[in-house]
Design a protein around this ligand. Structure first.
Ligand SMILES: [Zn+2]
Length: 464
């Protein structure tokens, strides 16, 4: 699509939208849905996702979506996923919007307010899941309902999948849906409303993060075994010393620098928002051809920069010995790696063996890695995001592609060959991080704008 065509499309599709989804009735309903979401404890320990999934299903039923296009589905009665399809003309493969309904549990005594009652106070909405991920999920529900009620059949199907089992990486969620009901969630690509998003920097709406790749999670155990014996008769070989020596070698080692299209773009975008000296360091680091010293200098600035430019492997757990007065028969360490998309577990294993440099230490994979290819930054996808930004804030926020250090449910789609773009429209201050913590909250203004954003993005993607 040309720029002019995009501009035209925006005029045609979005001009009336801001007003419509920002209308009092739509916003009142969004508030009501958010209260319903927060009011149901959907944590694995004490809660259940199914009652919430059923309530959402009822809303789409009431809006006129046929029963055949609504699914409350999972391997068990508890913790079911909600999937709804809004039928289009079938001009293209469906687009899927993803968020999760389960939350990390929260205890009343740890919070200053009730985590499972939506509270509006001083311009904030408080409640478990407001940011992760019920606030973003609510904006999707509001946007999808708006599309249904518009009465205009979109060009392609829109699938909304609000899932379970994200927080504990458990079976009933995305992985299960892809394995058992692929046709329900088969799509050209996915917008994941559990990553990325607009950032408020120094009180100002600054940039919009678009998560397009994530590092791959992979863990191994290092084990040193020994004949053992009585501690009164020490031997030269000792499993704990042996392991300690290997760990010193791992500590001293840095994985090779590996910048990707996404991490370069992320750094380039970041340069516009950091102090001049840091910006200069970033520009030097992303110069082509790569200058290793410049990248290492940037990596040394913070753990975040370091994690962005290379694979990391770090010991996280340590076990060994069995009695105070016995030589250790076993010393064992868990090492957690996050490798850069495009690298492989085999490759990382080879490097680890070389670094450990001790054939007496057995290195074993704990779980197979789930590789997750970077999702291409196609101009037409970026155009949709820009258009939604325009509809919401009256301007195109600078898009910062993000290669995330952590893993999200997006990886299952990427693993299945379906590109995933992580973002939502609820702007959060960069220094505000209560995710999974106490007194989780979102700005009310950001939520209101988030509803407009989701509505615009859904409509744009449905008609692309
Ligand atoms: Zn989440």
């Amino acid at each position: 699509m040309t720029r002019a065509a995009i501009a035209l499309l925006m005029l045609a599709t979005f001009a009336p939208l801001g007003a419509q989804s920002g209308s009092d009735a739509a916003q009142r309903e969004a508030h009501e849905i958010l209260a319903e979401m927060i009011g149901i404890n959907t944590s694995l320990d004490r809660g259940d996702v199914t009652p919430l999934a059923e309530k959402l299903a009822a809303r789409f039923r009431a809006a006129g979506v046929p029963e055949a296009d609504i699914a409350v589905i999972g391997p068990e009665e508890k913790n079911r996923n909600f999937v709804v399809r809004i039928r289009g003309k079938g001009d293209d493969k469906p687009v899927l919007f993803l968020a999760h309904l389960d939350v990390v549990d929260a205890l009343r005594e740890d919070w200053t307010v009730d985590p499972f009652t939506l509270l509006e106070q001083d311009g904030w909405y408080y409640g478990r899941g407001t940011i992760d991920d019920k606030g973003p999920a609510t904006t999707l529900v509001a946007g999808a309902l708006a599309l249904v009620r518009s009465g205009v059949q979109p060009k392609r199907d829109v699938i909304l999948a609000l899932t379970s089992g994200e927080e504990n990486g458990d079976e009933p969620g995305v992985e299960w849906l892809l394995k058992n009901h692929r046709q329900l969630v088969e799509a050209a690509y996915v917008f994941n409303f559990d990553a990325g998003g607009p950032a408020i920097d120094h009180g100002k709406l600054a940039w919009l993060e678009l998560q397009s790749a994530e590092k791959v999670y992979w863990s191994v155990t290092l084990s040193a075994r020994n004949a053992g014996g009585h501690s009164s008769l020490p031997r030269k070989d000792n499993a704990i010393y042996q392991m300690a020596a290997a760990l010193r070698r791992l500590e001293a080692f840095r994985f090779p620098l590996h910048l990707t299209e996404i991490s370069r773009a992320q750094l380039a975008a970041r340069a516009a928002f950091v102090p001049a000296r840091e910006a200069a360091m970033i520009r030097a680091a992303i110069a082509v051809p790569m200058r290793a010293t410049a990248v290492e200098r940037l990596a040394a600035l913070s753990p975040a920069y370091n994690a962005l430019v290379r694979t990391t492997c770090i010991p996280t757990m340590l076990r060994g010995g069995h009695a105070e007065n016995a030589l250790p028969a076993l010393a064992e360490v868990t090492v957690n790696c996050r490798f850069v998309p495009g690298e492989s577990a085999e490759q990382t294993m080879r490097v680890l063996r070389r670094v450990v440099a001790d054939t007496g230490i057995v290195i074993a994979e704990i779980n197979p890695a789930k590789p997750s290819a970077a999702s291409p930054l196609l101009p037409e996808r970026l155009a949709l995001v820009r258009a939604a930004s325009m509809a919401t804030w009256g301007r195109e926020l600078p898009i910062t592609p993000v290669q995330e250090n952590g893993a999200t449910d997006g990886l299952f789609f990427r693993n299945a060959g379906i590109p995933v773009y992580g973002l939502y429209g609820i702007a959060m201050p960069v220094d505000e991080n209560r995710l999974h913590g106490r007194d989780e909250r979102i700005p009310v203004k950001s939520f209101v704008e988030g509803v407009v954003f989701a509505t615009a993005l859904i409509r744009a993607a449905a008609n692309e």
